[in-house]
Structures are given as structure tokens and as C-alpha cells.
Design a protein around this ligand. Structure first.
Ligand SMILES: C[S@@+](CC[C@H](N)C(=O)[O-])C[C@H]1O[C@@H](n2cnc3c(N)ncnc32)[C@H](O)[C@@H]1O
Length: 266
């Protein structure tokens, strides 16, 4: 998977920030770690800091390592999170080069499907956790529950957009299916593995509010949208509009679901 589209943190925030900050809080509640005051945590693939900020706001850990491969996203996270308990590290989540058993909490939001080998990153997360550490992550349910992106792909299929079958996030990321995720965390050695839906409502002011960030190029669906010819893109836009709302000027809500995964480090 290419990382070319993780280039502009501000644009990413306008596209995903409105969902990723809400789901981060839901995930922490599901994981049951609010107010835990764990000695230290690492947020793998922290991006612009949605989950990191939620960890800090929910008093989950005394110190936090924000870890990501994108200098642009990490630099925005650094700007947003100014705390002496937080360090920022640039690197590959599949091979962090950090010592084994260093952390009491190892978490990741919306990132594991984007690395070349999700299995490697899941093993790396287990390796970084000290014995008994909380391991947890969430990734979008692209095949069904993540409606804002699912409906984009459904519209692209209806318009027979080029390469849609191959690039549809549901096909591109098999790890984002419940059974595959459960099997992968078990194989990576997470003890007491569990996978369950973590859900929020995404709210939009009107259709433009929903559609415009798809033109940011930040992420798989936006990269696909900007790569389309103008005519096909306009067809997709109109098809999608008819799918999500009866009145393009009115506010609307789409259910947005991720798979949460948790376990314990051996
Ligand atoms: C969809 S964003 C999620 C960011 C953030 N966790 C959130 O919830 O908004 C995916 C992130 O994974 C990061 N990423 C992709 N491949 C990575 C890798 N091999 N190692 C570390 N981070 C990676 C990207 O740079 C990007 O910040």
C-alpha cells in the first residue's frame, strides 16, 4: 500500500478528522481504559493525533509515544499536542526498533490496514507490550458499517468507474473483516483476543460538507476520487448525493462503524 496520500495533515483533518476524533473516544470506552493512568502507552500510526489526544483527554496514561511514518502528519500532531509527557517518533510501525516489553498500553487507530503487512504490525504491537499490557486497535468496517465511505464506493460501482472493483477499500483491505481481524490478532499472539463493532454517528451540514473533503486526496477513497476523469467524478457525485440525502441542502447523519480489536500481551 502506498503512503503517498499521507501528505497533508490539515486536509486529512477536514476529511477524516470529523469521524476519527469521535471514534477514538468510543474506542477508549470500549477498551475500558479511561482514567487508567497506565505508566506509558504508544499510539502506532498516530497520524495527526486523534487517538493520542483522546488518550490524554481520558487520562489513560502518564506518558505517551506518538509513532507514525508520515513526517507531515506527525508534525501536525506535534503542533496540536503540546505536553511534556508526549514524545513523537517517526518510523515504520511494522518494525519500530523500540525495545521489547517497553509499554503498558499499545494502541492504534485506523492505521493497521494501511501498512504493507498488517500481520507484522500486529506482532510488533504484541512485542512492544510488557507482560499483561493492554493491546487495542480499531479499523473501519469498509465492507458494510462505515457508511460514509461504503456509500462512496457503492456510487462508484453504480457508475462503473474505472478500477473500482480492485480499489474499493472493502476489497483492498481484507484485514478490515471481522473474522480476518480476529484470526490475525490471535496468530500475532494477542491473548484473550476479542473483536467487536465500535460505532458513532457522522453528521454533515449538507451534501457539500460531506462531498468536498473527498477531493482532498488524503486516503484511499479521496485518492480514487481525484484520480477520476471530471465527467465520471461528477456522475459519482450526483449518484452519491441521491443515495445519502433527499435534499442536498439539509443536514444528514450516516452511521459509521469500525471493528475494535483487543487483547493482552503475553
Ligand atoms: C487513516 S490514518 C490514521 C491516523 C490516526 N491514527 C487517526 O485515527 O486519525 C493512517 C495513518 O497510518 C500511518 N501509517 C501508514 N503506514 C504506516 C507505517 N508503516 N508505520 C507507521 N504509520 C503508518 C499514516 O502515516 C497515517 O498517519
Amino acid at each position: 500500500m502506498t503512503n503517498d496520500f499521507w501528505s497533508d495533515g490539515e486536509l486529512y483533518e477536514r476529511y477524516t478528522g470529523r469521524w476519527s476524533r469521535l471514534i477514538a473516544n468510543e474506542f477508549i470506552a470500549w477498551l475500558g481504559i479511561e482514567g487508567s493512568r497506565l505508566e506509558n502507552c504508544i499510539d502506532m500510526g498516530c497520524g495527526t493525533g486523534a487517538l493520542s489526544e483522546a488518550l490524554l483527554a481520558n487520562a489513560v496514561c502518564e506518558s505517551l509515544t506518538c509513532f507514525d511514518l508520515s513526517p507531515a502528519y506527525l508534525s501536525l500532531a506535534k503542533k496540536r499536542i503540546q505536553s511534556k509527557e508526549v514524545e513523537f517518533l517517526l518510523g515504520d510501525g511494522q518494525n519500530t526498533l523500540l525495545p521489547s516489553g517497553k509499554y503498558c498500553g499499545v494502541v492504534s487507530g485506523l492505521a493497521v490496514n494501511f501498512v504493507e503487512s498488517p500481520e507484522k504490525m500486529l506482532s510488533e504491537m504484541r512485542r512492544l507490550g510488557r507482560s499483561g499490557a493492554t493491546l487495542g486497535l480499531y479499523i473501519w468496517d469498509f465492507a458494510d458499517g462505515m457508511k460514509p465511505i461504503r456509500m462512496f464506493w457503492d456510487a462508484a460501482h453504480e457508475c462503473r468507474a474505472p478500477d473500482v472493483e480492485e480499489l474499493d477499500s472493502a476489497n483492498l483491505f481484507p484485514i478490515c473483516q471481522r473474522e480476518n481481524l480476529l484470526e490475525s490478532i490471535s496468530e500475532a499472539g494477542w491473548l484473550e483476543p476479542e473483536v467487536a463493532p465500535v460505532e458513532i454517528d457522522a453528521r454533515f451540514e449538507n451534501f457539500d460538507d460531506y462531498w468536498t473533503p473527498f477531493l482532498s486526496g488524503q486516503g484511499t477513497a479521496p485518492a480514487f476520487a481525484v484520480g477520476l476523469g471530471e465527467e465520471v467524478r461528477e456522475k459519482v457525485r450526483q449518484t452519491l448525493c441521491a443515495m445519502v440525502t433527499h435534499d442536498s441542502n439539509e443536514p444528514f447523519v450516516l452511521r459509521t462503524s469500525a471493528w475494535g480489536a483487543k487483547g493482552i500481551a503475553p
